[in-house]
Design a protein around this ligand. Structure first.
Ligand code: ZN
Length: 242
């Protein structure tokens, strides 16, 4: 399984509080979390040529993780197009936190992907409830994941109804949110997972790392029969039509 963790990698280089939390970048923490579950991953970042995602590399990628926030607009449309094509052809995509507003996620969803949000001075408690505990994405998770400090992402979340909804979050301030949403687009599997604000150590949390490892394995799983999507060809009738 070939996994690439894509990170915008700006906050970690521009804000001291984030640098302290993520000295190796958010991508470094995500990679370490995956490694703890036996999954090797490489990183790619915005400022590399082609954002670190040339076609030859994407073609070899089974699952792409995506963390972006302030520089969504800097992502080249040609790269977005390329990622979309790979998802439709079967590459898994795991979109994290503020990636809800990334070009690639909005394009794949077809909606604004807007949501309600709040950064409290010291964050606020979030509990992620696995509402489908038998789902592969909830494997190894207890009754809930509790984060002592998180950024509130609340409903309404302007996305299509998820094909499978695995986590719902509750926040100290009273809101709820569909925090773990599964989609299929073409042959590809997409998972949106909302926790991960850059000023909290969320990607160092073992339970969050468990979900990300689950997501890599789930999103990489190939469809049983990819040929069913070869719909562009003219077909001869099986029976006589005259
Ligand atoms: Zn955030």
């Amino acid at each position: 399984m070939k996994v690439v963790v894509w990170n915008e990698y700006r906050h970690e280089r521009q804000a001291e509080t984030v640098t302290k939390l993520y000295p190796d970048g958010i991508h470094g923490a995500i990679k370490a979390g995956l490694a703890a579950h036996g999954i090797a991953a490489d990183a790619a970042t915005l400022d590399e040529p082609e954002h670190g995602l040339p076609a030859a590399r994407l073609d070899q990628t089974d699952v792409l993780f995506w963390w972006g926030h302030r520089a969504h607009a800097e992502v080249d449309d040609a790269v977005v197009e390329r990622v979309q094509r790979r998802v439709l052809a079967g590459m898994g995509l795991v979109v994290l936190h503020s990636g809800h507003h990334s070009k690639i996620f909005r394009r794949l969803m077809g909606t604004s992907c807007n949501l309600v949000w709040r950064v409290a001075p010291n964050g606020e408690r979030e509990r992620l409830w696995p509402i489908d505990p038998g789902h592969a994405l909830a494997a190894g998770i207890g009754p809930c994941i509790e984060l002592p400090a998180s950024e509130m992402y609340g409903e309404p979340f302007d996305v299509p109804a998820p094909d499978e909804l695995v986590f719902i979050s509750w926040y100290q301030g009273g809101e709820v949110f569909r925090s773990g949403c599964c989609y299929r687009r073409g042959r590809g599997r997409i998972f949106y997972f909302s926790p991960g604000h850059e000023t909290y150590p969320i990607y160092h949390e073992p339970a969050i790392q468990q979900v990300l490892a689950n997501a890599a394995r789930w999103a990489a799983a190939p469809h049983a029969d990819g040929s069913r999507l070869d719909v562009q060809n003219r077909r001869e009738p099986l029976e006589r039509l005259d």
